[in-house]
Design a protein around this ligand. Sequence first.
Ligand code: NAD
Length: 420
Amino acid sequence: MNAQTSPEDFLQHLSQNNIGEGYFITQNGQLKASHTSLQALANNIRKWPDFQQHEGVFFGTDQRNNCLFTACVYSTVRGQSAGGVRFNSYPTLGDLFRDGLRLSKGMADKNAIARLWWGGGKGIIYRKNIHDLSAEERKDMYQNYGKFVSRLNGVYVTAEDMNTKPEDMADIFTTTRHTTCIPVEFGGSSNPSIYTAKGVFSGIKAAAEFKYGKDQPLKGKTALLHGAGNVGYHVMEQLIEAGAKVLVFDINEKTLQRIRENFSNDQAEIIQDEKAFFSTKAHLLSPNAIGAILNDDSINNLQVEMVVGGANNQLLIAEKHARQLQDKGIIYLPDFFVNRLGIINCANEQYGYVKADIDREVELVYTDSLDLLEKAKSKNQSPFIIANQIAEERLQQPHPIWGHRGPKLVKEMIGNGFGK
Ligand code: NAD
């Protein structure tokens, strides 16, 4: 088994070998598999570029609904590894784990930048077809995912992410305490997207002021918006309110129709061709759809002065593409720096919800972004590199009460029979 193995073949191997759950954990620099038949795969994963001494990768199966459950844990130094669970399909194990490994590292950086006492993790529910489940099957699947999270003994705390909603979190909440983003009626904080968009706009405002000065820096400017979903649409509203014109690319016709109905041509225009979109001359690009869209091809064509958006993992090859943007003189605020309101909004919901706290955090993205841009300018470095250094430093600071607790939790859960 290797990166090219399909998740379906992996599930079949697990079923044939009576393996319902298992793990790959880092011990003494090695990646140890829970089962002998999986050690070759562990040795393989260890060599993948996205595996960066993650503390562990945990998996379970949901045979009733043909799903593979995973939780990637990058770090628990600052606390339990927190990050959303996405429901998605992938052609290969390499694609599936790459997403989990990259996103769990990204969550660790984001939680540290947000000054949250949480480590970084990410969950994935894999299913070959994510669209053909009945409402009952979907509920059952999320309840089973909750049971899987409970089996992890608190090492991972889940949240909403791609293709999941607060109602799904409520189903997860019926079988585990280790979830956030649950609906308000259950004492949660619900959908974080509006706050994510406010944080992203705080970053845009800071970058625009840094570039054009304090007086209405977005008035009369043109912004390219890639993706106008939950986050992107609210970013677009704020851009238009600040006096910018927005040029949108999105693959969802319903989303585009909503824009045509709600905005005039002077406020928002749709660009149909993605290649033409990325080479359109504008002041700002705001990526709010998918990851890896800042790559050799797109950066080569870009004719913008700033890139600030909410999509996770925008840079295909992080440092390389951050440098390319810097070399082109494009200001880049990293996604994990400006889209942190999503996790801030839900991360501490067990302490109750105070809106003023969240509003203050929106403001903090603005002041932190200005500081970051100043620092980057004085060092003639990409803001991405500086932000990474800040995150790395904070990731060394153990939780003030619990210390680096993950390895103890994992030892306990394996002692209690996880992965046997
Ligand atoms: P969403 O699914 O509501 O919106 C995504 C939008 O992008 C949709 O309109 C979709 O049609 C469009 N899209 C998908 N693929 C595309 C493509 N290839 N090209 C152009 N458009 C495409 O998701 P969202 O909640 O708005 O999240 C957007 C991004 O922000 C994601 O990368 C997500 O991980 C990240 N993010 C979201 C939050 C949050 O609070 N929702 C928090 C942090 C990060």
